[in-house]
Ligand binder design. Structure first.
Ligand code: ZN
Length: 150
């Protein structure tokens, strides 16, 4: 049986050159990953991609290329700020959620204080005690914020 010719990787195909066993990018950009290669190529260029890949240890190659692919995709989605847009959006979301969590903690403290002073009706106390018993379960805490004692 004749030798099966190596299918050119996405990088070699793009550059219209023969892909052989010495091709550094074949491992990371097989033919079916041509979109990923195109994105990385347009953002970083061939020389920079190779330079970045050379600057890391061999075992970090996969993660490095994965990062370049992700950064290139982010840049396509958010042409001005790239991944910074997503990071910023998530930071705002975390900040909002932490504020909400702090509010819920304060509510729990309040319920705790009320429960100790026994100023609530038995039903309200039961509800508070049930919630306080599950204070580590976020779902229960979120339930509390939408629940009115009146
Ligand atoms: Zn190649």
């Amino acid at each position: 049986m004749a030798n099966v010719a190596q299918k050119a990787c996405a990088a070699c195909k793009h550059q219209r050159r023969k892909c052989d066993q010495n091709c550094v990018l074949a491992k990371y950009f097989p033919a079916e990953k041509s979109d990923d290669f195109e994105n990385v190529y347009h953002l970083f260029g061939m020389q920079n991609t190779l330079k970045i890949l050379k600057s890391v240890e061999e075992e970090e190659g996969d993660a490095t290329i994965e990062s370049l692919i992700m950064e290139a995709e982010m840049r396509l989605e958010h042409p001005v700020h790239g991944h910074f847009s997503v990071t910023r959006k998530l930071s705002i979301e975390i900040e909002k959620t932490e504020t909400e969590l702090e509010f819920v903690r304060k509510q729990i403290q309040l319920f705790d204080a009320y429960a100790k002073e026994e100023r609530m009706s038995p039903t309200e106390q039961l509800f508070c005690n049930k919630l306080l018993g599950h204070r580590n379960v976020i779902g229960q805490i979120m339930l509390m914020t939408s629940y009115s004692l009146n």
